[in-house]
Write a protein of this length. Structure first.
Length: 139
């Protein structure tokens, strides 16, 4: 089945066609082609004006599904909760890890057994720059 896209005569580069019907990962079924357009920024922002994008290097989060070359979308306004994946700065270096707050201690936890959990000590310069809300993969 071939999908046809409605393309208006005036189009800006930030919009892409959006098919409103979800595509099943199970049994195939027909997908309706709706005349709608998606601004990816509107999709990932969801009311926040403090979104940033950052590219991943390394494989410490591979078991969570975050791979080298992926594009992360992070929200600076979202308060990190224990278990969230965050972009963190520790002593001037940046990392993406799972944020854990356990017994009043902070930890940065990788999702790859080849890496060790990092406890954040109170005398270290530490900040969460954003909570990861979306992961965009490349094939």
């Amino acid at each position: 089945m071939e999908l046809a896209f409605f393309i208006p005569e005036t189009i800006t580069e930030k919009f892409s066609p959006l098919i409103l019907s979800p595509v099943p990962a199970g049994q195939p079924h027909n997908v309706s082609n709706e005349d709608d357009w998606l601004d990816l920024n509107d999709y990932v922002r969801r009311g926040s004006d403090q979104i940033f994008y950052i590219t991943v290097t390394g494989d410490s989060m591979i078991e969570y599904g975050i791979k080298e070359g992926d594009l992360l979308v992070a929200d600076r306004l979202k308060q990190p909760r224990s278990g969230d994946v965050v972009i963190a700065e520790i002593n001037g270096s940046f990392t993406v890890k799972r944020f854990m707050n356990w017994r009043r201690e902070l930890y940065l936890v990788p999702e790859n057994p080849a890496f060790k959990t990092r406890e954040v000590n109170e005398n270290e310069d530490f900040a969460v720059w954003g909570v990861v809300t979306h992961v965009l993969h490349r094939f």
